[in-house]
Design a protein around this ligand. Structure first.
Ligand code: AMP
Ligand code: MG
Length: 320
């Protein structure tokens, strides 16, 4: 029997029994458990093979619950929550005492957001606790944007994937921390830097491994296909260099006619960065299934979601 189901009440039952359920969000599918259940949270780390020093994001259904999670809300955090919740923006804030250390990796801060997906909002409203939900993939691999992706990874490990269709945004949330009340981007994601700056003014990015070595999305290699992948500004040169290989292309909106290319995916036919983000991980899953020697990805324009997509592609191309 398939573990994929649309039955929200079954998900409620499982989560109440300290089991894990994979849940849909607008960014990627999450592997969810009760933040107050040590058993559930340990299983999240075990199932993903995620190191314990990497903290989890807490998902809540409404702004009213924020005071259960955080002890301090800077003015600019409130502005950002007002502007983007529910939505793909995570705020890292001083934690409330009752938030378990397992969730925050022992830090005095906690990451929190309200996801924008009708199924998961309904689910959260029926629970007496928030959900910790990192992406529902083994640590380091390509994030899941459909129930089938999760099923392929974890059908033997979890009892249920709550099916909410393909994720609309398709890349992870943007993460914002605060230093002296001022916001800083810790991880690029589905909410663009430009959109954030429209709300709080110019903002710095600290998206680098050396600045935040403990954040999984910021490791050099992450979101990676099994197939060797390279990122290029010059497609014809890259094709020239890799003659004789079985090549898959991940294009933004270029057209390439080349006999050496075995498989091509175009992320947008209309130069649309939102569309490209929503298709990115499914395209990587698809290319990874084709028995290719090499995936060549075309770098996207460096603005809006293009910057976030390039960040993911960069991490998909670093070899372990
Ligand atoms: P994921 O849910 O797998 O997309 O990853 C969760 C991300 O949240 C990690 O990459 C961390 O960067 C970030 N995060 C969670 N909690 C904290 C925290 N207390 N301080 C800094 N970053 C955090
Ligand atoms: Mg992840």
């Amino acid at each position: 029997m398939s573990i994929i189901s649309k039955d929200i009440s079954k998900a409620v039952q499982l989560l109440n029994a300290e089991e894990l359920v994979a849940i849909p969000t607008e960014t990627v599918y999450g592997l969810a458990g009760n933040i107050y259940s040590e058993k559930a949270i340990k299983r999240i780390f075990e199932t993903k093979k995620r190191p314990f020093f990497n903290p989890l994001i807490v998902h809540i259904p409404s702004f009213g619950m924020i005071s259960d999670i955080v002890s301090d809300l800077p003015e600019k955090a409130k502005l950002l929550a007002d502007a983007f919740w529910p939505g793909p923006l995570t705020l890292v804030l001083k934690k409330n005492q009752n938030i378990p250390d397992l969730i925050t990796a022992g830090k005095d801060t906690v990451a929190v957001r309200i996801p924008n997906h009708p199924t998961t909002l309904m689910l959260l409203e029926q629970l007496d606790f928030p959900l910790a939900a990192p992406s529902a993939n083994p640590f380091g691999s390509i994030s899941p944007t459909t129930a089938e992706h999760v099923n392929n990874y974890f059908k033997n490990d979890i009892k249920m994937v709550l099916d909410g269709g393909p994720c609309q945004r398709g890349i992870e949330s943007t993460i914002i921390g605060f230093e002296n009340g001022e916001p800083i981007i810790y991880r690029l994601g589905s909410t663009s830097k430009e959109a954030i700056e429209n709300v709080v003014g110019p903002i710095q990015i600290k998206n680098k491994k050396e600045i935040a070595p403990d954040a999984p999305g910021m490791l050099d290699r992450h979101y990676a296909p099994v197939t060797k992948t390279i990122l290029t500004d010059n497609l014809s040169e890259a094709l020239q260099q890799h003659q004789g290989k079985q090549i898959g292309l991940l294009l933004f909106n270029s057209k390439i006619e080349n006999d050496a290319v075995a498989y091509t995916i175009e992320l947008s036919t209309s130069n649309n960065l939102e569309e490209a983000a929503s298709k990115l991980y499914d395209a990587l899953h698809e290319l990874d299934k084709q028995n290719l020697d090499l995936i060549i990805a075309e770098r996207l324009p460096d603005y809006g979601l293009g910057t976030s997509i390039n960040d993911r592609l960069q991490r998909a191309t670093v070899r372990a």
